[in-house]
Design a binder for this molecule. Structure first.
Ligand code: F6P
Length: 466
């Protein structure tokens, strides 16, 4: 069966690209290249003259089919409903959730247009795999056009409790469209449970464990925690340490013998960057003997800068880093370096390997692939320590990390201290357990498990052991 992947943003590979750490794009490209197929979605560009045509580009065994959005569509579907309503709501940030009826209409309009274009590209045997919150109603729109193929959905971000989802106007109508999928994949069991509860309590569905019945359709909802290419990333990190890339060499030279704590995130309020900087400041205030011995490198490429809450975060992170550096720094030591740009995966792998502590402290996160990349990049003979938020989906699997509550700056500060002081034998013990779990549930495992379950192969759905 040919695989058709649909995601909001599609990046056609080119030789000069810089790829951001983690995220949907990296994971999906790896999955599709292994088996070939079609990848459909937004080109990332805006053009007028609706409806924008679909352009097709062949790249290896993958066909990329992309369409532009109009500026009105970008505003309503992408910036508005997806990123000012669904994103904050699904990350439990009710105070930041902005609902506009016109944005919701734009969201439905783009899903309808995508369905129209996609229906003309799919073949009867294709298996369709739709990704993420931008495209929740896409299967329902495809079904309305008579598409009977197996259609799956994977939700990369948290799915909140029904009480929270119920705050969204039209939430029952939106959630109901989930019943058009044959298989819905979530990052964690909690997310899967939350969706089932929402379908039952808000839409009147009946559920029998993981299976949900709504009208004539039956949908399976279950957890498939996403992974990374662990072996590939490990090799990249080892190579990067041998032939230090320019940014890594410069970092080594400027740090000297100092220890390094690293954070790598899109500049997004869900990632807890400001809270992390404050916690690092608290650590330095509580443990003055550590001053001058360690620096925090926060890599934070800007994201969704047209959304006001992201522009606020951009300013706020500069202010906090500036204040802490002014209060705590010395003429020859800058405690915090915030770098707002993207690095190649090779450079990132090198940074992770150089860092004694990986600080991954989102306030809420679907999975968080940086946590897995940090572990994959470590030197097994002298590994660093992962400090991980209990509100990242990754914490469900990675219990040998130092698990913290990112809302408690004192707890995070103490975890940084514990991590920096941890004896090598203890670091190796934790690393080996963490590496084993991320290797056993890598990107290949994730794709295989999901696609086996979507294809409906007997027993596949039960083969999952997390
Ligand atoms: O999983 C969250 C997500 O929205 C992905 O779909 C996407 O790759 C990433 O965040 C970056 O977001 P954006 O496409 O809005 O820049």
């Amino acid at each position: 069966m040919r695989l058709v992947i649909v995601s909001n943003r599609v990046t056609i590979p080119d030789r000069h690209e810089k790829v951001m750490a983690g995220g949907l794009a990296v994971a999906l490209r790896e999955a599709l290249e292994q088996r070939g197929g079609l990848w459909f979605g937004w080109s990332g560009a805006v053009s007028e003259g609706a409806p924008a045509p679909v352009r097709q580009v062949e790249h290896g065994n993958v066909t990329y089919a992309v369409t532009d959005l109009s500026e009105a569509e970008r505003q309503s579907y992408y910036l508005g409903f997806s990123n000012r309503a669904l994103w904050p709501l699904m990350h439990y940030r009710l105070g930041l959730t902005e609902f506009q009826r016109s944005d919701y209409m734009g969201y439905l309009g783009v899903n309808r247009r995508f369905a129209r274009a996609l229906a003309g590209l799919i073949k009867p045997d294709d298996m369709i795999w739709i990704h993420d919150y931008h495209l929740i109603p896409l299967a329902a729109e495809l079904r309305r056009r008579g598409v009977t193929n197996r259609i799956g959905y994977f939700h990369h971000i948290p799915w909140p409790a029904a009480e929270i989802m119920g705050v969204l106007p039209f939430s029952a109508t939106l959630i109901r469209t989930m019943a058009a999928y044959d298989l819905v994949g979530m990052q964690t069991e909690v997310d899967a449970r939350n969706l089932i509860d929402g379908l039952v309590s808000l839409c009147g569905a009946r559920s029998d464990g993981r299976r949900v019945r709504l009208g004539p359709r039956e949908t399976t909802v279950r957890a498939f925690p996403i992974g990374i290419d662990v072996e590939g990333f490990r090799r990249l990190a080892a190579a990067s340490a041998r032939q230090a890339t320019t940014p890594l060499r410069a970092t080594r030279e400027s740090l000297g013998q100092r220890k390094l704590v690293i954070g790598v995130d899109r500049l997004d309020y869900s990632k807890g960057i400001v809270q992390r900087l404050e916690a690092f400041g608290e650590f330095l205030r509580d443990h003055p003997e550590e001053r001058g011995r360690v620096s925090l490198l926060q890599i934070a490429p800007p994201s969704r800068s047209d959304v006001p809450e992201y522009a606020d975060l951009d300013r706020q992170s500069d202010e906090v880093a500036g204040r802490l550096n002014a209060q705590l720094g010395e003429f020859d030591w800058t405690p915090i370096r915030v770098v707002k740009k993207a690095y190649s995966r090779k450079a990132l792998a090198g940074f992770y390997r150089r860092a004694q502590v990986g600080l991954v402290t989102p306030m809420r996160d679907g999975m968080n692939l940086v946590a897995k990349e940090y572990i994959a990049a470590q030197d097994p003979a002298d590994p660093g320590v992962l400090v991980l938020s209990r509100f990242a989906g990754a914490a469900q699997q990675m219990s040998e990390a130092l698990i913290v509550n990112p809302f408690d700056s004192h707890e995070v500060a103490e975890a940084i201290r514990t991590a920096l002081a941890m004896p090598k034998t203890e670091r190796i013990r934790r690393f080996e357990k963490l590496y084993a779990i991320i290797a056993a549930t890598d990107i290949d495992w994730w794709t295989r498990q999901y696609l086996l379950a979507l294809s409906g192969e007997a027993g596949a759905a039960e083969a999952l052991a997390v």
